[in-house]
Write a protein that binds this ligand. Structure first.
Ligand SMILES: *Cc1c(COP(=O)(O)O)cnc(C)c1O
Length: 385
């Protein structure tokens, strides 16, 4: 059975009439840049994160960038972030002229390990960017505790965790800033690029709002240098159609995650390979933006190819897509060598070699998830004999 990693048409085409109506409304209004469509969406979307203020921006990447700029982070500063994350988390730090300082992750949940933070703090450290990876919040209480003790800002990279909760509170509004992405693969996906900066702090909100529009305020007056990081009115109108469906999209992702967990649990670790399933900490919700397993090599694995790569190849032969998020930890990226030498980060390095994300988008059928799980079980039983 062919199973794609993501099929956005299955989500968007049932909304075609409403999305087309939103497009026509914007077309007829002639208001394409900022304006009421953007403002209404900002208010509705910020509410999902529990934040007082939401500033629509051009992407999740620009949300991180605007947050760093609003905090005044720049040359000479250091920002702590995980090495095991999407590139943009640290890419934005380098773009404002600061140095990313990489910390290892938790082997169970893949999120920034708070225990590794303190020893990397220097007098130049200005902020920490925890990432709520794959849809599960990072350990914010421990991270905030270190941050408060050293007077550091916390920017939550909530790109993959829009609507997730940590100890009963929605993420994004817990640190100084939250950065949300509406890239089409995220739990709420635009029909293009879009993002949101959220904060509870009125003066930081005002700074972010100016920065996304060239730092302009009032018109033609620029107290600071910003950029064009604006959210399109068209994307805001389309996202407003999809936003009410977010709880349903997330519930269906979580349903698929539990289908996988049920079907793959109890697979004994064999002498050749051991498969481990995602772990959700009981004090937070996992919104299943990704369902990520680990395929570990045992002593009896005799092939050159890693068992993860062999499984991925087998799935591809059967028409089942999967993806490696992320194959190269950021401290090993060439563009960040200038900020090194970086210490070894064993959890990030190991995860990059054995991690595999399975299709988990909301509109998958039960037959599809069952066939993915069945192929994985078969691969494991053949390998382990
Ligand atoms: C998707 C993503 C981003 C960037 O969002 P874009 O909207 O694609 O720019 C940043 N961080 C993480 C962890 C992401 O998954």
């Amino acid at each position: 059975m062919r199973v794609p990693l993501l099929d956005v048409r299955r989500q968007n085409l049932p909304l075609e009439a409403e999305l087309s109506a939103a497009f026509e409304r914007v077309l007829r209004s002639g208001q394409f840049i900022l304006g009421p469509e953007v403002e209404q969406f900002e208010t509705a979307a910020a509410a999902v994160t529990g934040a007082r203020f939401g500033i629509g921006v051009s992407s999740g990447t620009d949300a991180i960038l605007v947050a760093l700029m609003a905090l005044g982070i720049g040359p000479g500063d250091e920002v702590i972030c995980p090495a095991f994350t999407f590139f943009a988390t640290a890419g934005c730090v380098a773009r404002v002229g600061a140095a990313p300082v990489f910390v290892d992750s938790c082997a169970e949940c893949f999120n920034l390990d708070p225990a590794g933070i303190e020893r990397r703090i220097t007098p130049r450290t200005k902020a920490i960017i925890p990432v709520h990876l794959f849809g599960q919040p990072a350990d914010l209480d421990d991270i905030l505790e270190v941050a408060r003790r050293h007077n550091l800002a916390v920017i939550e990279d909530a790109a993959q965790a829009f609507g997730a909760e940590y100890r009963g509170r929605p993420v994004g509004s817990i640190g100084e800033f939250g950065a949300v992405s509406f890239f089409p693969s995220k739990n709420l996906g635009a029909l293009g690029d879009a993002g949101l900066v959220v904060t509870n702090n009125p003066s930081l909100a005002e700074k972010a709002r100016r920065l996304r529009n060239h730092g302009q305020h009032p018109k033609y007056m620029h107290g600071v240098v910003g950029g064009n990081f604006r959210l399109d009115a068209l994307q805001a109108a389309l996202l407003a159609v999809k936003l009410p469906h977010l709880p349903d999209y997330t519930a269906r992702r979580q349903q698929h995650a539990s289908e996988y967990t049920l079907a793959l649990a109890g697979m004994a670790a064999g002498a050749a390979i051991a498969i481990s399933l995602p772990v959700t900490h009981p004090d937070r919700t996992h919104i299943a933006n990704q369902y990520t397993i680990r395929v570990r090599r045992g002593p009896a694995w005799r092939h050159r190819e890693s068992p993860r790569d062999a499984l991925r190849r087998r799935l591809a032969e059967r028409g089942i897509a999967s993806e490696i998020y992320y194959p190269v930890p950021l401290h090993a990226q060439e563009c960040f060598r200038q900020f090194g030498p970086h210490p070894g980060l064993p959890v990030a390095e190991e995860a990059a070699g054995d991690i595999l994300s399975l299709p988990v988008f909301p509109e998958l059928t039960e037959e599809e998830t069952a066939s993915v799980a069945a192929e994985i079980r078969q691969f494991a039983s053949e390998a382990n004999g």
